[in-house]
Design a protein around this ligand. Structure first.
Ligand SMILES: [Mg+2]
Length: 395
């Protein structure tokens, strides 16, 4: 099969059960912060992607990009994605348009896998691991509730955890910050992995380098594996200084997009762990290049994954294809991760997830489950359904 032509691309916004983000302008259940994308082809093969952005913006971006992808070869994800990147420079590169391109790119890799009968990880160059440890990502709460939430997550099989956002740093109370982390470490026990995310990309983050340094030393006492977004996301020089002085590894990069934006952060040593988000950064094609660049400099790549079951599937395939990526992010308690596929992810006895070895991303969206979170799930499955619905509108 030489070509599989793209016939249409559609977006389906997810809302109704959007989980909180710990943001100061908090997400409501009916806000759409994620959208699923389907790329339909003339061979009846459909690929799926995920975008971390309001579904209305994703739909608009897909509409604007149509002349660039319509009729293109769906078997060439990197070239087609780069065509979209290169020819949209004047429309706000790195912004929502790049987020939308991420979903298209993920879907194109899914199609290439389905057509060749290979998991995406193999198409990315080879498989380094068959299973990956998910870390359960949870919002900070006051100590007693934090402990309760973590014990429940531990009970459900997770052995790695990240707590972040919420009152941490924002309550302007360093004793409360420490009490939360102490309660968390006590709840998960000494052998579990524990990470802390200040979430300094939130609006009006109130602290700077001194707070970050002092907090990094506190975190060391609780054997915290990394300190994430400890500074505002553009505070490049302070990140470099923090990385050098901090006794715990420094992580960040979730709000950066495009591989070019990551260059100085990696080359000039601003991070120990780089965390691009595959549903924003430009897709699997972009994420892979950033991950390998980081690898050359001894910077670890662990994807940011506040997304969906499709985003998690992309993260798993990327982790499998990188020599040192042993973790994926897993939002605790989000139905968009746990309840939109034919089967829910299952942790093994050691709290790991198997990397699907089926063709493509290796996961299958479930139409009936999706009907609870998007008004028209049919558009994600069949080009014909989309066209049939479009006809009466024109009449
Ligand atoms: Mg984060």
């Amino acid at each position: 099969m030489q070509t599989v032509k793209i016939t249409s691309i559609v977006a389906a916004p997810l809302f109704g059960a959007s989980p909180k983000g710990g943001w100061s302008a908090e997400i409501k259940p009916d806000d759409s912060v994620h959208a699923l994308v389907a790329v339909h082809t003339d061979q009846g093969i459909t690929g799926h992607g995920s975008v971390f952005t309001d579904g209305r913006l994703v739909a608009a971006a897909i509409d604007v990009l149509r002349p660039l992808y319509e009729g293109e070869n769906a078997l060439e994800p990197e070239r087609v994605t780069e065509k979209l990147n290169q020819n949209s420079f004047w429309m706000g590169r790195g912004g929502t348009l790049t987020h939308a391109i991420s979903g298209i790119d993920i879907a194109l890799w899914d199609i290439l896998g389905k057509v060749t009968g290979q998991p995406v990880a193999r198409l990315l160059g080879g498989i380094y691991r068959r299973r990956v440890q998910p870390y359960c990502s949870l919002l900070m709460q006051e100590p007693a509730r934090m402990a309760e939430t973590l014990r429940a997550a531990h009970e459900s099989g997770f052995r790695a955890f990240k707590i972040g956002w919420g009152p941490f740093g924002r309550a302007m109370d360093t004793r409360l910050d420490e009490a939360i982390v102490r309660a968390a470490r006590d709840a998960v026990g000494p052998t579990a992995k524990l990470f802390v995310d200040a979430g300094a990309s939130d609006a009006h983050w109130p602290h700077g380098l001194k707070w970050a340094l002092r907090t990094a030393h506190m975190l060391k006492d609780y054997d915290v594996g990394w300190f994430e977004e400890a500074l505002r996301p553009d505070a490049f020089e302070d990140y470099r200084e923090l990385r050098r002085a901090s006794p715990v590894p420094i992580a960040g990069g979730e709000v950066l997009t495009r591989r070019q934006a990551f260059l100085p952060w990696i080359v000039h040593g601003a991070l120990d762990i780089v965390q691009p988000d595959v549903t924003k950064v430009g897709g699997i094609s972009e994420q892979r290049r950033i991950a390998w660049l980081a690898d050359e400099f001894g910077v670890k790549y662990i994807g940011h994954g506040w997304n969906t079951a499709i985003g998690l599937a992309a993260d798993l395939q990327l982790a499998a294809a990188m020599p040192l990526t042993d973790l994926v992010e897993y939002i605790g308690g989000s139905p968009y991760v746990d309840a939109i596929c034919a089967t829910s992810p299952v942790l093994d006895e050691e709290g790991f997830l198997a990397v699907p070895d089926r063709a493509g991303l290796g996961v299958e969206l479930d139409r009936e489950q999706l009907a609870r979170y998007t008004p028209n799930p049919a558009v994600l499955f069949s080009d014909r359904a989309r066209r049939a619905r479009a006809r009466p509108l024109r009449a």
